[in-house]
Design a protein around this ligand. Structure first.
Ligand code: AMP
Ligand code: GLY
Length: 417
């Protein structure tokens, strides 16, 4: 069997999680991460190439005979990295630019879901402020910038005045730049949320364990939205029957619909859903692994991740490849003081060699500064605990957190509780 030389693109906790899991594959010979962090540097070789510098990444991958590239973040996918690598005959795991529109354009995703009949909130899309404002309902609504806005382009509104302010922010003040050129106004749904990620090979889709993340900065779901302060998998209220229902009503119709359009979906398709009184409905699609979902989901995967990814690329994915271990996993994010607002960098991290052996520490924003690991981002460390049940997993994750220190670290105390 050909040995694999793997390139992972990105620099967060998700990419450290991918490197950790791929390193367990017997076929993987060497891993590179561009640009990576202090955690990936231990398992892999970091490369000083930015995640969106597609030309340099492709040149480098060709020169080093990389035979599996895995893309972490959405931006290079939206920019067409998969199309470029395929042209250069470089095997790459992820959707093409056309298929990545499911995340890159919420307006596209809504049109697609309506066409294909995937359950989602009722919505309308606008490019002009006046027309959008005239459409607003008096009651609650959700205003979404259509383009990529780093998770910040969604504003949940209680009433018309709030919604008008949100529209103004996006369409007049252009706070999210071109991402707000098109705006989706959506019915506000209610219910618990769940994320379901599935491997897709263009025809077949196989679910990973469902996960639930905590987006707000502080305990009790208070404070500003973040990229995610923690996550657990699987949520006890999401059983196998519900996962099957979501696969049948959302994921498989999406994969079939993309194939019919001539833009087959290869990679991970991530559906953010609300479990409403009338069934699961899609809030958004992402065209990649979630961060921090990946750090709680991959520890539950028993299958060979490199094999699964190659099978997706080659159109031969089977459910048997995606073996999942029983039990649960919880991930707590330790963030820099100030995050998600302005935050300090360069804080010395201690305790990395003191975490209990059953705890996994995935670096998010870290770097090695003259031999000392220091913070280099808002989300600094992701601490994952596994257990036979959720309570054990949560307790283990927090035991890991207790061993780790940097000045002003903040984390939620209620992940999975
Ligand atoms: P999104 O990026 O589209 O997943 O939205 C971010 C968050 O906004 C979601 O996790 C939900 O908490 C909330 N949200 C998005 N759409 C809706 C909706 N139609 N109704 C209620 N809440 C929503
Ligand atoms: N945790 C949400 C995301 O990765 O989009």
């Amino acid at each position: 069997m050909t040995k694999l030389r793997v390139l992972i693109i990105g620099s967060g906790g998700r990419e450290h999680g991918l490197a950790w899991k791929l390193a367990q594959s017997p076929r993987v010979e060497q891993i590179f991460v561009a640009p990576g962090n202090a955690g990936t540097a231990v398992l892999a070789q970091n490369l000083p190439i930015a995640a969106d510098d597609i030309d340099r990444l492709a040149l480098w991958a060709r020169e080093k005979r990389i035979n599996l590239t895995v893309v972490g973040p959405e931006l290079p996918l939206a920019l067409g990295i998969v199309d470029s690598f395929r042209l250069a005959r470089l095997p790459i795991f992820g959707p093409t630019q056309a298929a990545a529109q499911l995340e890159a354009s919420k307006a596209f995703a809504k049109r697609f879901m309506q066409e294909v009949g995937i359950p989602t909130a009722v919505s309308a899309t606008f490019t002009e402020y006046d027309k959008a404002a005239a459409f607003l309902p008096d009651g609650p609504s959700v205003i979404k910038a259509s383009g990529l806005a780093a998770g910040k382009g969604v504003i949940v509104c209680d009433n018309r005045a709030q919604a008008e302010a949100a529209l103004r922010q996006m369409m007049v003040e252009r706070e999210f730049g071109a991402a707000g050129d098109e705006v989706v106004i959506e019915e506000r749904l209610t219910g618990p949320e769940v994320s379901l990620l599935a491997f897709c090979d263009g025809k077949t889709a196989v679910a990973l364990p469902p996960a639930r993340d905590h987006k707000r900065a502080y305990d009790g779901d208070q404070g500003p939205n973040t990229g995610g302060m923690g996550v657990y998998a699987p949520p006890p209220d999401v059983d196998a029957a519900l996962v099957d229902e979501i696969m049948r009503t959302v994921i498989q119709p999406a994969v079939d619909g993309m194939a019919r359009r001539g833009t087959p979906y290869v990679g991970v398709l991530y559906a953010g859903l609300m479990l409403t009184p009338t069934g699961p409905k899609v809030l958004e699609f992402n065209c990649r692994f979630g961060d921090p979902e990946t750090q709680a989901i991959l520890p539950l995967l028993d299958g060979d991740l490199a094999e699964i990814m190659l099978a997706c690329i080659e159109g031969r994915l089977t459910p048997e490849m995606v073996r999942v271990r029983p039990g649960a996993c919880a991930t707590v994010v330790m963030a820099a003081p100030g995050y998600p607002g302005a935050y300090a960098k360069g804080l010395s991290i201690s305790g990395l060699d003191a975490v209990p052996p059953d705890v996994l520490v995935f670096h998010a924003g870290t770097k090695n500064h003259n031999g000392q690991i220091v913070s280099d981002g808002g989300r600094v460390l992701c601490v994952s605990g596994r257990g036979d049940d959720l309570a054990t997993a949560v307790a283990r994750a927090y035991a890991g957190v207790a061993a780790l220190h940097f000045a002003g670290a903040h984390y939620r105390k209620d992940i999975g509780r």
